[in-house]
Design a protein around this ligand. Sequence first.
Ligand code: C2E
Ligand code: CA
Ligand code: CA
Length: 291
Amino acid sequence: SSGGMADGFSAVSADSVALETELRNAVEQGQLEIFYQPIVRVADCSVAGFEALIRWRHPERGLISPDDFIAHCEETGLIVTLGRFALDQAAHDLAQLQRFFPLNPPLFASVNVSRRQLRDPAFESFLRHLLADCGIAPGTLKLEVTESVAAANAQAILRRIRALGAGLAIDDFGTGQSSLSQLKDIPFDTVKIDKSFLSRHGGTHSESDSSVVLSSIVTLAHDLKRDVVVEGVESEADASLLDEIGCEFAQGFYYSPPLPLADALNYIARHYDAGTAIKIEPGSGAASLGG
Ligand code: C2E
Ligand code: CA
Ligand code: CA
């Protein structure tokens, strides 16, 4: 699926001490990389922003999926180190993307942040310095937290994070608990609707029931003045359903898998070349892409 990822990590994860040691080495030796999956406007397929997704480029095993090491990092606390790396890298890469493509509104980057990271007492000052130093447009670095984080009494920290100038997205919306009250109580900018709401993933609902539920969540989120991204768009049928129900933003393999930074740059450029509705202001750096 997402770019020739290695199959699992069972041989090492059986021994969590070995995995821990390998991961610490991976951080030190620069084996962690951030990939970027385009988040596009359904209406014209222009690129609005990206989700930053971490990968481990293992010297023997190739690209390893975050599903095979993030949970372990959350247990051991190494997620604090990994998460800082991801935020720092994504913010600086975003600054570069915004220089190449000074769009209006500016490109954004959305970075996954786990509960453990928010509990780190130094997280706020890390974020404050990052936002002050990286040179991105205000509000264009967004933090994605899951419903369970939002439910876990994290309202105060989420409000402070937003006050620092980061955006907030609620991730995998609709898979957790008390979704609706969180939507109203926490100042999320963006609701990311889980891929299970596209009918083929669910299995239990009929296709039309699924689209009624999806459509209702989209309407509700829009009424609360939140942006909506539907995840897991894999086909033209998915995309046209989103268009029909008035969903603005989408993300999924139909548009693009997560890409290394250079390929993400090319992806925007290709859509610009194709004459889609991406608007580039005069004097932008688009011509300097090759350099
Ligand atoms: P997520 O935040 O829900 O990210 C979306 C996942 O769906 C990504 O998997 C992405 O590659 C995949 N995906 C994208 N389009 C499609 C599609 O059309 N169909 C399907 N079936 N899947 C699609 P990935 O990259 O393997 O990441 C897995 C999870 O690892 C993420 O789920 C996120 O929870 C976590 N993760 C990734 N990077 C980070 C990070 O930097 N920090 C933290 N804390 N967690 C991360
Ligand atoms: Ca996410
Ligand atoms: Ca998600």
